[in-house]
Design a protein around this ligand. Structure first.
Ligand code: AMP
Length: 285
């Protein structure tokens, strides 16, 4: 089913659209993105299309969540292709606000989730999750979805958003979907286009590290320092990589775990490959 989606450029028109859909008793589904769409995004579109009557895809490169101006300036922007992909997946609306529509003169409110956004990426990217929660709440307020889908690829982001939705009684369903990978295991990411051919090969050490830990778990290992060290060693053995963190945490609170025991554990990591920062994660039990 291919249709040209309606492009809605501001929060006011978006609310009006969704209010009418809701009044007609239909379900609104939202997939928030920063564009440069790939198969990972498309898996979220497909899931959301199946579980709602109206699929809204938002495309907004959010300046608030970038730590470096150069990262924002160089973020891939592929509008025409994104629109085609959305059409191909049956999206009804592409919500495409400009920076001034989202953050008009005088804007000064921040939404901040305290604990779950502090460690891991939060520790290395000050203010990043405040930028994410602020924009996502604004997207929720404009789109008024019944359902919003996010990728487990950005695992901490997913937990932070779930916490915000529960804490603020937003009354919508947040669904986390599995990470979509390239055939060789690399997690798909809009930033992967920045990897040189050599770095693209080196980047596979993240996947190897995750799998190394998981195979030790399958062999009976439960001590998280042993598991994390095994993943770290696999990554550190690859040239041109710099580990930011490799940690094993509770899969909901993201608190560090000393052993697997009966807690649900997630191995989460962030690694620089050359000038590109990559993240990945895996359930361990
Ligand atoms: P982004 O455009 O990077 O902000 O991502 C938009 C949404 O797509 C977020 O919920 C991401 O977690 C999700 N996403 C990004 N990469 C993947 C992937 N490889 N697999 C599944 N979901 C993904």
């Amino acid at each position: 089913m291919s249709q040209t989606p309606l492009v809605i450029p501001n929060p006011q028109d978006m609310r009006q659209y969704s209010a009418a859909v809701r009044a007609a008793g239909q379900r609104v589904g939202l997939v928030p993105t920063m564009g440069a769409l790939h198969q990972g995004h498309l898996s979220l579109l497909d899931y959301t299309a199946q579980h709602s009557d109206r699929l809204v895809v938002s495309i907004f490169v959010n300046p608030l969540q970038f730590n470096q101006q150069s990262d924002l300036d160089n973020y891939p922007r592929t509008w025409e292709r994104d629109l085609e992909l959305c059409a191909g997946r049956g999206a009804h609306v592409v919500y495409y606000p400009g920076v001034r529509d989202m953050y008009p003169q005088g804007f000064q409110t921040t939404v901040s989730v305290a604990q779950v956004s502090q460690g891991l990426c939060g520790a290395y990217r000050p203010g990043h999750f405040d930028g994410v929660t602020t924009v996502v709440l604004k997207l929720f307020n404009a789109v008024m979805p019944h359902l919003a889908a996010f990728g487990e690829k950005d695992y901490q982001q997913l937990q932070v958003i779930k916490r915000m939705v529960a804490d603020l009684d937003l009354g919508l369903e947040v669904v986390g979907r599995p990470t979509v990978r390239e055939a060789d295991g690399l997690a798909m990411s809009s930033r992967n286009v920045r990897l040189s051919p050599a770095e693209r090969q080196q980047a596979l050490c993240l996947w190897r590290g995750l799998n190394r830990a998981r195979s030790l778990v399958r062999a009976g290992e439960t001590q998280t320092p042993v598991l994390a060290e095994a993943a770290r060693a696999e990554i550190a053995a690859t040239p041109a990589t710099k580990i930011e963190y490799v940690e094993i945490v509770d899969s909901t609170t993201l608190e560090p775990l000393a052993s697997l025991d009966d807690r649900r554990a997630r191995l989460v990591l962030a690694v620089w490959v050359g000038g590109t920062r990559l993240i990945d994660n895996m359930a361990l039990n």
